[in-house]
Design a protein around this ligand. Structure first.
Ligand SMILES: [Ca+2]
Length: 213
């Protein structure tokens, strides 16, 4: 009994690392340089450390700073989304009026999302059975992202300033998941045939796998 409880255990695991995805910051539906293209204009870079806040509460508040500013051409700065007055330190990105001819100085792929990291692991327990033809039952638990490490922002890449999901780092790509299952491993004798017996025909092992317990 003690041997049955303590023996037959096994583990396996896979660790994955991936560097962050680069993202170009642009504004859709707002032709700043006046070239007729409204889907690829880029802003100026303001304070690179200014926070971005595209929460629903901030976007709907006339006094909230979202981190994207608007220069009306005279140097006066307001928030591009809410109209709240601000200073150069409040805005990471700054847009100029539509058809103003201004070319944003922000380059392509200047924003990098956080990297991707997961730890997948499996715990396996094999139990031998004294039944005819049945050799063992294998129980296993597979854990995907076993330590529930958050992978922020990778599920909804969005560099469009005019989207409510702009740089949405709250979205997670993959959370912790578990899967349980069992596998019945059988030994069955190979069919007898006339003539000499092949060397490897004594026993064939097959497995029947059922998942989703
Ligand atoms: Ca344009």
């Amino acid at each position: 009994m003690l041997t049955m409880l303590l023996g037959g255990w096994g583990t396996s695991g896979i660790t994955s690392f991936q560097s962050g995805t680069p993202q170009t910051i642009f504004v859709n539906g707002f032709d700043v340089n006046g070239d007729g293209e409204t889907a690829n204009d880029r802003p100026d870079l303001g304070n690179p450390k200014a926070p971005i806040n595209y929460s629903a509460a901030c976007l709907s508040s006339p006094t909230c700073i979202t981190g994207v500013g608007f220069n009306d051409g005279t140097g006066t700065l307001t928030d591009f989304n809410t109209g709240a007055p601000g200073t150069a330190n409040d805005f990471r990105y700054i847009l100029f009026p539509a058809n103003s001819g201004h070319q944003g100085n922000l380059g392509r792929n200047t924003f990098t999302y956080p990297g991707f990291m997961t730890f997948d692991a499996s715990i396996i327990k094999r139990i031998k059975l004294p039944m005819e033809h049945a050799q063992a039952v294998e129980l296993r638990m597979d854990m995907f992202n076993a330590f529930n490490h958050p992978n922020l922002g990778l599920g909804s890449l969005n560099g469009n300033i005019n989207s409510v999901n702009f740089l949405n780092l709250d979205a997670t790509r993959r959370g912790e998941q578990e899967q349980f299952g069992w596998c019945r491993r059988l030994k069955k004798e190979a069919k007898s045939r006339p003539g000499p017996k092949p060397e490897n025909a004594e026993v064939a092992e097959v497995a029947e796998v059922f998942w989703g317990l």
